[in-house]
Design a protein around this ligand. Structure first.
Ligand SMILES: [Zn+2]
Ligand SMILES: [Zn+2]
Length: 68
């Protein structure tokens, strides 16, 4: 079952988990620097966007956010 590693909630599908991360998870770091790869962004919103998008395609970001 896909689980949000940050807050511990589980979901039926990965899609629901991604929606959770992008809209309502309040445990995503409030930082302009990505905690996984160290890239810096103009705003917290951009960093969050990066983190969630990368998790779709890249395993390091994925394992930071998600456990399946
Ligand atoms: Zn969460
Ligand atoms: Zn990153």
């Amino acid at each position: 079952m896909p689980t949000c590693k940050l807050c511990g909630r589980s979901f039926d599908t990965l899609t629901e988990l991604y929606v959770h991360l992008s809209s309502e998870c309040n445990k995503i770091p409030r930082s302009r620097r990505c905690p996984v790869c160290g890239s810096k962004y103009r705003s917290i919103r951009f960093m969050k966007h990066h983190l969630i998008n990368e998790a779709f395609i890249e395993s390091k970001h994925m394992s930071y956010l998600i456990s399946i």
